[in-house]
Design a protein around this ligand. Sequence first.
Ligand code: SF4
Length: 463
Amino acid sequence: MTTRKVYIKCFGCQMNKLDSSLVAAALRAAGFEMTDKATDADAVVINTCSVREHAEARVFSHLGHLKHMKKSRPGLVVAVMGCMAQRLGESLLAHEAVNIVVGPHQIPQMPDMLTAALETNGPAVRIAVTQHIRTPDDAAAAEHLDAFETAYDSDENHIKSQAFVRIMRGCNNFCSYCVVPYVRGPEVSRPPRAIMEQIRKLADQGIQQVTLLGQTVNSYAYSAGERTYKLADLLEMASEIEGIHWLRFVTSHPGAFDNSILNAMARLPKVCPYLHIPAQSGSDSILAAMNRRYTAQHYLDLLAKARAIVPDIAIAGDFIVGFPGETDEDFEATAALVRAACYKNIFVFKYSPRPGTRAEQKLADSVPSEIKQQRNHALLALQNEIAADYNSRFLGRELEVLVEGLSKKPHLNNAQEAGHPQLVGRTATDYIVVFNGPESLTGRFARIRIDQTSALTLFGRPV
Ligand code: SF4
């Protein structure tokens, strides 16, 4: 029997990247071969994102290409997985290119479904499986996903000696603009035992940095008998695993952020002093309309507390501009928060209504797109100005970085240095550091003396 080739195209967040790598590992174990070209593949799997309209538009454009490709290769099987598969369900099967639709909780079935589509039924097959785990108590379903995760967590998840480990699924927050609670279901925390087993296995395979993943990672809570394990407990337990040097966690919600996490960060040397904690807006009325359940002052107080407990902490934030009803004053409040927060970096997104969310149903998308665009630019420009100035404090300092590999976009400042290629690494605080050095440093720690800084990147030389 010839080996069937699969091409996986992944859109969206780190959760999706993790799901794609799990599916790739499961497919390999089932005898498939991975290819990085759709034109070589017998089956194409698209892992989709629903968080923004633009992300869904890109998936449809991709499906358009595949429909075209199928005219000359009618045997090609196309599967859609991820959040958009969950959101649109069976209706996606109406698209001529699509054979299989798989929700995030049914990804363990992917190898069987591709096998059936390719070998039994051919391309005429139409399958959709998009059930939710409806309640956190749906233990059998959760265990099934957990077993899948533990069995297959070992493949492409290992790039550059770093790995991602999911500690929880879903979200209970229902921010008014967000589709995640509808497509990923309610919060379900994985058992600490399974998480530690996975991290131990990764450490044995040479992984040095583990990032714990969750939509609201600070809400992690797993009860076993009398005890409830929280994120700080996981950090403590994972810190004891030999071979692991750095531990990170993303993404945090500012609403109920426990001091114990900051204390663990201050106390445990392996826990990186880095917090990705979206604010989304600096205006209290917009935060209320977003159902974020905190005020701008609460958020700033949390950052002040984080800096008091972990003095070197670096903080990254996310913002949505052009939320329904956002006035110039609201936007100015967001800019004021950015000035006060002193972020390492921010991610800015223009609001787009997501079908089925409360914002889409109850609030008119009232901010014109050119204003959204202007606010997006203005906020990034402000942040760049602040960071460019703030980052100069690194000049002359020696920083430890985990080297990720060759720099994808060589920076002209020191691209010409003879003898060695330009490499890129990250500090514990998640700063990107560019330097020239032997490629063999990839996946290892190096000490770099910083001799130049910019808003987003530090430059230096190995010590
Ligand atoms: S916390 Fe809010 S924005 Fe984040 S995943 Fe949950 S609902 Fe979405």
